[in-house]
Design a protein around this ligand. Structure first.
Ligand SMILES: NC(=O)c1ccc[n+]([C@@H]2O[C@H](COP(=O)([O-])OP(=O)(O)OC[C@H]3O[C@@H](n4cnc5c(N)ncnc54)[C@H](O)[C@@H]3O)[C@@H](O)[C@H]2O)c1
Length: 380
């Protein structure tokens, strides 16, 4: 079968630029399919950085301005892997030029920005997706399957945490390469839009919509020097964020994220407790799903640790032989595979921009509640 070529124009040559490039390079070998991604061009602000990235990852060309990618007739899809303040402008311009758009999370710096992005891709009728990759960790995908099969029964509790410790030192600057996440004008918010957005996306997918939230945030280091201007400025992002949520299905939830949990580098954990059973997952042990089934015989009942490596586990038949595990980067390969599969079938793979907007509604409500000190309803 002759494959349809899908010419990719990537924006951003950092952490996510690498995970996406790796995904587009590998997806065809492991998942086959009708479409063949072609690494056509990469744009980043620095011409040398773009050229070096292109040479390393096998892109045919490079640009120092993302607008050039959008003007090019030979680009079918714009893939946005640059900081949050660039997402809306690039996505809207790409959609208006008739390009498909894949965008890193969070979709917008706030829901108002994300709504414009949704309107643009829907008006243009272009395929779109947001890289909430944790849905595609096979253990998390299996959790979704088990919930849909009714194995947990009625859900009472959802509990998620995302813990890091890399900003404890007051010497870490805000703004600039790598530390743009601490600059509210670039990032939109702190851990709420960064880490909690992942937890919220997974939760909306596994447990349905969130009605209302009540939150507290804290900024532990109040001033930092700016990496670009060198000036000491007020820190306007949330360093830590914790909230309670009520889901539409009646369950009660707690979410917490921080960059001040000494000893934790990137610990995303979730636990769901239902009437018939419970599930727990941990990013540091991502190929395992913990499951407690209350239906087991009483004398055998206990938490079991399922090693998600068998051919009948989600995505795993595309990888190695049973018993051999995969890792973080594979979640992006799975996402690329699902996006391409959606193009081929005509049924878009989730989360689309519209799906991801729901996460921005929740993060907006969390930040509003932290300001007001009250429960806030979630829009949508
Ligand atoms: N899905 C995930 O798990 C995950 C993980 C990390 C980051 N992210 C998201 O991915 C995005 C990028 O984060 P990152 O960690 O890769 O950042 P990064 O700082 O590692 O890289 C950002 C890249 O974008 C480039 N860039 C900045 N402004 C640009 C512009 N105007 N035009 C073109 N290129 C520009 C930089 O030069 C750099 O190459 C963010 O939105 C972030 O929230 C998602």
């Amino acid at each position: 079968m002759t494959k349809k070529k899908l010419n990719i124009g990537l924006v951003g040559a950092g952490f996510m630029g690498r995970t996406h490039s790796n995904a587009f390079r590998q997806v065809g070998q492991f998942f086959g399919g009708e479409y063949e991604p072609v690494l056509k061009a990469i744009a980043t602000r620095n011409a040398k950085g773009a050229a070096d990235f292109a040479a390393n990852w096998g892109y045919e060309s490079s640009e120092s301005d993302w607008r050039k990618l959008i003007e090019r007739k030979d680009i079918d899809l714009i893939d946005i892997a640059s900081p949050n303040d660039t997402h809306a402008e690039i996505a809207i311009a790409a959609a208006e030029a008739g390009k498909m758009v894949m965008c890193e999370k969070p979709l917008g710096r706030n829901a108002a920005e994300a709504e414009k992005m949704v309107a643009a891709v829907e008006a243009a009728g272009v395929a779109n997706m947001v890289w909430y990759n944790y849905r595609r960790v096979p253990a998390v995908t299996l959790a979704k399957q088990m919930i849909d099969e009714g194995r947990l029964g009625r859900i009472f509790h959802y509990r998620a945490k995302f813990l890091q410790d890399w900003t404890i030192s007051a010497d870490v600057p805000q703004g600039g390469m790598g530390t743009w996440r601490l600059d509210a004008s670039v990032a939109g918010s702190g851990v709420t839009g960064d880490l909690l957005a992942h937890c919220i996306d997974t939760a909306l997918w596994l447990n349905g919509g969130i009605d209302s939230v009540t939150a507290a945030t804290e900024t532990f280091v109040k001033q930092r020097s700016h990496a670009v201007s060198g000036k000491v400025e007020e820190v306007k992002i949330d360093d830590a964020s914790a909230f309670l949520a009520r889901f539409e299905n009646g369950s009660l939830a707690t979410f917490e994220a921080t960059r001040y949990a000494r000893g934790h580098k990137a610990l995303y954990t979730l636990e769901i407790n239902g009437e018939k059973g419970s599930i727990a997952w941990d990013l540091h042990d991502l190929h395992r799903l913990q499951f407690f089934d209350h239906g087991d015989d009483g004398h055998l009942r206990g938490w079991r640790s399922i090693h998600i490596t068998d051919g009948d586990h989600p995505y795993m038949s595309h990888w190695w032989v049973p018993g051999l595990q995969i890792g973080y980067e594979h979640s992006f390969i799975h996402q690329a595979a699902d996006f391409l599969g959606g193009l081929a079938s005509g049924t878009p793979a989730a989360p689309t921009f519209r799906d991801a907007l729901r996460t921005d509604y929740v993060t907006d409500a969390v930040l509003a509640s932290a300001r007001s000190g009250r429960w806030e309803a979630v829009k949508g």
